[in-house]
Design a protein around this ligand. Structure first.
Ligand code: ADP
Length: 248
């Protein structure tokens, strides 16, 4: 097997002395989808935020491609900046700039952060909008879109920064039920295109269909991991069984 694109070993994070991630380890090969499930408050969001360096881990190591950090000692700011650049994050709610058009929202990062030429960024943004099924919405404002469409713009905006890894934090949980499907379809397409994705979600059907591996996180540790067939259909741990029973 080749080197995983993402390798997480013994990651710890606490807030105000309260441990939230106790000892999280997993790895993900390039082009695979990792679905993270687990009870509310178990540390799933915090895990994504440490991968993206929005939160800085207190211990353990994280490697994304050729950039690695040992959080047992002080980590160089440049490394944290690389982590931020290497992963694109899609949040529960889109937080688009309300006064900018869809296209302007997407080109903002590439132009302002990456200093890419505006015309080139706009051209790429239109390709991305087509990819998320919103080619005709480039000049619309966020308030003119449905929640599902806004979330798809959020995905295009994260893709525009050309990350190596896409992180999704419950991307459909704030949506009306009838809008969930269109966002999941876009995510399925990204998976089929070979994007490496880590997805926190309660959408078990999506996990069954798309995940290469499923992690069940409980109380800040990966209690159980494996293929969807292993973790979702025949969970070994009682906590996993209870959790799945509750949400299915
Ligand atoms: P999950 O995504 O599994 O619901 P989270 O990672 O959001 O879990 O949260 C895990 C725990 O960490 C919760 O108890 C939450 O209150 C706490 N927590 C998360 N972020 C912070 C923060 N910035 N400051 C203090 N506590 C936090």
């Amino acid at each position: 097997m080749t080197e995983p694109l993402l390798d997480v070993q013994g990651v710890r994070k606490e807030f105000d002395g309260v441990p939230v991630l106790r000892d999280v380890s997993f790895s993900a090969q390039s082009g695979t989808v990792t679905v993270v499930i687990g009870p509310s408050g178990s540390g799933k969001t915090t895990l994504l935020r440490t991968l993206n360096a929005l939160d800085v881990a207190d211990g353990g190591t994280i490697r994304i491609d050729d950039v690695s950090a040992d959080f047992g000692s002080t980590v160089d700011k440049r490394v944290l900046k690389s982590f931020r650049a290497q992963s694109g994050m899609v949040f529960q709610s889109h937080n688009l700039f309300p006064h900018k058009t869809v296209l302007q929202n997407i080109v903002e990062g590439p132009v302002v952060v990456q200093k890419r030429p505006a015309d080139e960024a706009a051209k790429d943004a239109r390709v991305l909008l087509d990819q998320v099924g919103l080619a005709d919405k480039a000049d619309s404002y966020p308030f003119q879109l449905s929640g599902g469409q806004q979330q798809r713009v959020g995905i295009a905006r994260a893709l525009a920064l050309q990350p190596e890894l896409m992180l999704f934090d419950e991307p459909t949980s704030a949506l009306d039920p009838e809008l969930v499907g269109e966002v999941l379809v876009v995510m399925k397409n990204l998976a089929a295109e070979g994007w490496t994705m880590v997805v926190v979600t309660h959408e078990i059907k999506f996990a069954q269909q798309v995940a290469d591996q499923v992690l069940f996180i409980d109380n800040g540790v990966v209690l159980e991991s494996g293929t969807p067939a292993e973790v979702l259909a025949e969970p070994k741990q009682e906590r996993t069984q209870q959790f799945l029973k509750r949400i299915l």
